[in-house]
Every structure is written in structure tokens, then in C-alpha cells.
Design a binder for this molecule. Structure first.
Ligand code: TXA
Ligand code: MG
Length: 329
């Protein structure tokens, strides 16, 4: 755990007070920057949805300082306890059913009976959560549908102006949002691939993982129960997401006229996700390079093919969304 300076702790303390008072705060996590609000305070949560221009049917992840705090909000399962033991604190969000009379704002849950929980590992974030001592909802700190920020320089000015504090914690290590697992049933269901890979989950739980979009059946078939047909059953159900301003072409084996070419072990690329085939490095650079390429306003951003193994699965999922048609926005 990184040691924090007295100045940083002072700044985090002020931010924790602001959260308790219903303000919005941007802070680093090990995945991407989050924009946080008190999960129990519906007014603060409403302000958060408005600031991001996020559809209110899209629920938020509740961030907690400890597994104890997180599990006090839900009905746990053996699978959830095993996952928490193996991966918390860390880049994993676990979906479970809320306890009756849940203190979490129903707006934060988008009216669902389940919630997504995460105990982050980043030391600035952990200190903030400990000092605030309340569950904090925190989506990625980007306007809805845009690329997540992995560095303070990616933050949107208008979004920043709606926050009382912005904590700079440098670059986010993983650079890609947490893996989301539905742990309400016997087998884990991956709702969003991320830094904790399928192989790692399967090896720790000794259970096969299902994916929400793989037409799974059996106990994983009944994904988040809710009454509205338009509510997402899986995160980022909106096809276009993580989108830069420029158009994106994926699986591009060469650069075409007017494009900025982001390579994966590609000698002639404009920018390199990695030059050694390291998928973790590629994940960590992905959003940074998409942000950077976007600032050059190319006719298109082309991205080289990425091996679909390990965290490559998460990279490809984000790229597929970044390149999806955007007519719905
Ligand atoms: O790494 C992360 O998870 C970052 C950092 C800031 O912690 N947060 C993040 O939040 O990526 P956000 O809001 O950008 O993505 C949360 C995803 C959404 O796609 C949402 O649909 C899904 O989690 N989600 C939240 N609660 C859910 C639930 N009860 N059932 C199914 N999906 C849920
Ligand atoms: Mg997001």
C-alpha cells in the first residue's frame, strides 16, 4: 500500500466530509477514476446521475471500505464470500440481493432488488472510504457513454465543475473498469469482463463462469430480477459505450488514410498499447491512448487486433462498444 503524505491525507479528509454532506467527489481507484456520492442519500445520488447525464435505469456500484461493510448491505452467498476472500480489496464488483429495508437509495439501485458491491484496493480510495465511513456509489468519472478517465488529465471540465473535490492519485493501475460478477447463484456469471480474468475466477472458485451475453441458462438464466423490461440485465447493455468522439475501427491490421493507428506489437503504429505483447500493459494504456488519439481529431481511430485471452477479453469488449453505432445517444 502506497504511503500518503500529510497533505494528501488532509485533502482526502476534506473530501470525505464533503461526501458525508451530500457533495460529489472525483477520486482515483485502481481501475479508473470514479465520481462518488453518499449511497444512502437520494438527493446526492440524483445529483450524480444528472452530472453524468446517466440514464436513471442504469444502476451504480456501491464502494465500501471493508468486506464487512459491503456484506452488511446484502444477503451473501458462499460464492460471494469466496470471491471476496480471493479478490477484495481489488478490481471486482459482486452483485448480490439487498437486505430488506436496504439503506442504499433505491435510485442508486435503479429500483433493482440487487446491488453491485466493490471494495477497492487503491490507497487513496481506501483512505477516503475509511474516513467517510459510508457506502459510496461511484460510476466512472466521465459523461455517460464516453471513455472512462484513467488520469486526471482525461477529466471533463463540465463534470469537474459539479464536484466539490477532485483528488489526483496519478494514473490508475489497471486502466479498465472492474470485472462484474453476479454471485447470487451457484455459478459465477460474468456481467462485465475486467482486470480479474475468467481464468482467475475459475481457478479460485473451481467453478465454470457463465457470461451474461452468452445465452446462458440454468440458474444463471435469471439475471437481475426487476419489473421493467427496459432495465439492463447486464452492465453496459447499451451497445455504444466507452466511445471517443472520433469513429473507431477495430481489428485493423494496417493504418488507412487519415487514421490514427493504435498498435498491439505493431511496428508502424502511431501509438502502442504494448510493444511486448503484454495484455496488462495494453489494458492500462487503452483509455489513455483513446483519449490521446481523440485529441488529434483524426478521421478515424484504428486499433490493431487484440488476443482474446485473459484481460484481452475485457479490452475487446470495451473496443467493441467504442466502435458500435452511436445512433441511440
Ligand atoms: O471499476 C469500476 O467498476 C469503476 C470504478 C469507479 O469503481 N466504476 C464503474 O461504474 O465502472 P460504472 O457505473 O461506470 O459501471 C457500473 C456498471 C454499469 O454497467 C451498471 O449497469 C452495472 O455496473 N450494475 C450496477 N449495479 C448492477 C446490478 N444490480 N445489476 C446489474 N448490473 C449492475
Ligand atoms: Mg462507466
Amino acid at each position: 500500500m502506497t504511503l500518503l503524505s500529510a497533505n494528501q491525507i488532509n485533502e482526502i479528509e476534506l473530501a470525505s466530509l464533503a461526501l458525508q454532506q451530500g457533495e460529489l467527489v472525483i477520486f482515483p481507484t485502481e481501475t479508473v477514476y470514479g465520481i462518488g456520492a453518499d449511497a444512502k442519500n437520494s438527493k446526492a445520488v440524483a445529483k450524480l446521475y444528472a452530472a453524468k447525464n446517466r440514464p436513471q435505469f442504469n444502476p451504480l456500484i456501491v464502494h465500501c471500505a471493508s468486506t464487512e461493510m459491503a456484506f452488511s448491505l446484502v444477503n451473501t452467498t458462499k460464492l460471494a464470500r469466496d470471491l471476496a476472500h480471493a479478490f477484495w480489496p481489488g478490481p471486482l464488483s459482486i452483485i448480490l440481493n439487498c437486505t430488506e429495508n436496504s439503506p442504499i437509495s433505491s435510485l442508486a439501485r435503479a429500483g433493482l432488488s440487487s446491488i453491485a458491491l466493490r471494495v477497492p484496493a487503491n490507497s487513496v480510495c481506501r483512505t477516503l472510504l475509511k474516513l467517510a465511513d459510508i457506502p459510496i456509489v461511484a460510476p466512472s468519472a466521465n459523461p455517460s457513454g464516453k471513455i472512462s478517465p484513467t488520469d486526471i488529465k482525461h477529466l471533463d471540465q463540465a463534470l469537474m465543475s459539479k464536484c466539490s473535490h477532485i483528488i489526483d492519485g496519478g494514473r490508475c493501475d489497471a486502466g479498465i473498469e472492474s470485472t462484474i460478477i453476479d454471485a447470487r447463484f451457484a455459478n459465477p456469471v460474468i456481467l462485465r469482463p475486467g482486470p480479474i480474468t475468467r481464468a482467475s475466477i475459475e481457478s479460485h472458485t473451481k467453478l465454470p463462469c457463465n457470461s451474461s451475453n452468452s445465452g446462458n441458462s440454468g440458474d444463471s438464466g435469471d439475471l437481475p430480477a426487476n419489473n421493467r423490461p427496459d432495465a439492463p440485465i447486464a452492465p453496459g447493455q447499451l451497445a455504444s459505450h466507452y466511445a471517443p468522439i472520433s469513429e473507431v475501427r477495430i481489428n485493423a491490421s494496417e493504418k488507412q488514410d487519415g487514421e490514427i493507428y493504435i498498435g498491439f506489437d505493431s511496428p508502424n503504429a502511431d501509438y502502442h498499447l504494448t510493444q511486448t505483447g503484454n495484455l496488462e500493459e495494453a489494458a492500462s494504456n487503452l483509455f489513455d491512448l483513446l483519449h490521446l488519439a481523440d485529441t488529434k481529431s483524426p478521421s478515424r481511430i484504428a486499433v490493431a487486433p487484440i488476443p482474446n485471452i485473459g484481460i484481452g477479453e475485457a479490452i475487446n469488449e470495451r473496443l467493441a462498444r467504442a466502435s458500435a453505432p452511436r445512433d441511440f445517444i
